[in-house]
Design a protein around this ligand. Structure first.
Ligand code: SF4
Length: 469
């Protein structure tokens, strides 16, 4: 288990927007939902080595489980989408897919120590509410018959208000979901039309009401800035609209234009209606100003939460975690991902499932684990992972504390990296202290720039990441 940092109770500096600094440091970089990051996973990592990593992960029987289920289907494609999806109108696809999830559960669950409890579960996509309620209940049966859950497990589902009925809300609630995140992106009908996602505010509000009435105690809303036709003023109205819903958390993502990965995004280049970088920066400034004024706390990397939300509390207490699902309160949980393209994380490994549906299904029908690629972490990787995750979560580093946790002399081992922070300190992104360094309010929005200085892989060759903003 991960001990809290010695700064328990001290909140990081509130985020501040500095246009010149954001402009200067708006360079491509990883989002550090893992370290090493996904481009380091290789197809040459043998499945046997990844299974052996599961065995080592079992040695700590008290290490909780975090289950992730990737449900990839969507009825229509939102043109900005960067997720791994399967676009179809065929509902039978969902039932068929759950059959394959059952096969995958049957292969993985026997590898796990039966004393381990599920502390967290997440259904992502795609659109989990594409599954008909009866199929959701069947999936719930398959999961609960194989795993035992902690009484206070946090179980969440991503919902699309355009594809939801009250029975969907109930079915996921019966399955144990007590949290939800909802895609809204932008409430302006012109923007919605330009991105192929029409979603009147009435249906968003209806979905919200259903979830509150059915007992979902935390609801998060996802917004995206940088979409076609958006302006700082129009995005301000979107923020006002979603604040009327009183969400517990908000994720305000920068639109990632990566047409070399997502060819559907080329349509925005043809339409020439994407906002300029300068306008995007104004949108980000607007979001920080309005959400902070509304009492939301900036957690990091696009995420805001109410000051009394568990994420904000965990950050104050130095126990916040970061993984493929973003920020999390569950220290030390191992992630077991199910479904095509899902990513799993154990103490010393990451692995990703096959990313194409036919290959994923073929592997399971042949009784094979559907692993596509992975990595076994070296001692060096594990040390750097802790350093980068503490920067991303705590926004401060205490050299003595990290030396204790890592069993190394941190200041000596990372002398080069620490010295490389001089320009960032001079620009005010961080302040050096007698104990280490603390990220400032303006540095909070540029946190990955600081983390990148501790990434040993960035020097080893060019990779393509999206811009910071
Ligand atoms: S509904 Fe979500 S996952 Fe599906 S295409 Fe739209 S943004 Fe992507």
């Amino acid at each position: 288990m991960i001990a809290p940092s010695p700064t328990t109770g001290t909140p990081p500096a509130a985020a501040e927007f500095d246009l010149e600094l954001v402009r200067k440091y708006n360079v491509p970089g990883p989002r550090y939902t893992s370290y090493p990051t996904a481009p380091q996973f290789t197809e040459t990592t043998p499945a046997e080595a990844l299974v052996a990593a599961i065995g080592r992960d079992n040695d700590e029987a008290r290490r909780p489980l975090s289950l992730y289920f990737h449900l990839p289907f969507c009825e229509t494609l939102c043109w900005f989408c960067g997720c791994t999806t399967v676009i179809t109108l065929k509902r039978d696809a969902a039932s068929d897919y759950v059959g394959h999830l059952e096969k995958e559960l049957a292969l993985i669950q026997p590898l796990l120590n039966p004393d381990r409890c599920v502390a967290q579960m997440h259904f992502g996509g795609g659109t989990p509410t594409f599954l008909p309620p009866a199929v959701i209940r069947r999936l719930g049966q398959a999961i609960h018959s194989r795993f035992k859950f902690a009484d206070d497990s946090e179980n969440s589902v991503e919902v699309d208000p355009r594809r939801i009925t009250r029975d969907h809300v109930r079915a996921f609630r019966e399955l144990g979901c007590n949290r939800a995140s909802m895609g809204v992106q932008d409430t302006n009908p012109e923007v919605q039309l330009a991105v192929h996602r029409l979603q009147p505010m009435d249906i968003t509000r209806q979905a919200f009401d259903w979830m509150r009435e059915e007992g979902y105690h935390s609801i998060s809303v996802d917004l995206i800035f940088g979409l076609p036709l958006q302006t700082a003023d129009s995005f301000a109205r979107t923020i006002d609209d979603v604040l009327t819903l009183c969400p517990d958390r908000l994720a305000v993502f920068s639109y990632a234009h990566v047409p070399w990965i997502k060819p559907s995004q080329r349509i925005f280049e043809k339409q020439a209606n994407l906002p300029s970088t300068e306008e995007k920066l104004k949108m980000l400034a607007t979001a920080v100003r309005k959400l902070t004024a509304a009492g939301m706390v900036y957690i990091g990397m696009d995420h805001f939460a109410r000051a009394d939300d568990e994420l904000a509390v965990a950050q104050r207490e130095g126990t916040l975690q970061r993984n493929f699902q973003g920020y999390s309160t569950h220290a030390g949980a191992s992630i077991y991902g199910f479904g095509m393209s899902s990513i799993s994380q154990t103490g010393d490994s990451y692995r990703q499932n096959l990313k194409e549906l036919p290959e994923y299904q073929t592997a399971l029908e042949a009784g094979r684990l559907p692993f596509e690629r992975g990595i076994i972490l070296s001692e060096e990787d594990r040390i750097r992972r802790q350093v980068i995750m503490r920067i991303m979560c705590d926004r401060r580093i205490d050299y003595a504390d990290l030396s204790r946790r890592l069993g190394v002399d941190f200041a000596a081992r990372f002398a080069g990296e620490i010295a490389s922070l001089d320009d960032l300190a001079a620009d005010g992104l961080l302040q050096r202290t007698p104990e280490g360094f603390v990220v400032t309010g303006v540095g909070a929005l540029l946190i990955r720039i600081i983390a990148m200085r501790f990434d040993a892989y960035l020097e080893k060759g060019p990779r393509r990441f999206s811009q910071t903003v």
